[in-house]
Design a protein around this ligand. Structure first.
Ligand code: ZN
Ligand code: ZN
Length: 52
């Protein structure tokens, strides 16, 4: 199948790749999908490095 395309997390402040079976990279992002957070705190290194 075409698995080359990788969706990004639907959270506006998150740049992590989303789960293959969902729009978000983690349950955390799905919980805060309103986008109220300035910085994503999903815990992934890709996001954590931005919260400096
Ligand atoms: Zn994230
Ligand atoms: Zn995310």
């Amino acid at each position: 199948m075409n698995d080359k395309k990788q969706n990004s997390c639907a959270h506006p402040s998150c740049s992590c790749p989303a789960a293959a079976d969902g729009k978000y990279c983690s349950p955390h992002c799905e919980t805060i999908k309103t986008g109220a957070e300035i910085a994503c705190e999903c815990g992934h290194p890709q996001c954590a490095s931005k919260i400096d």
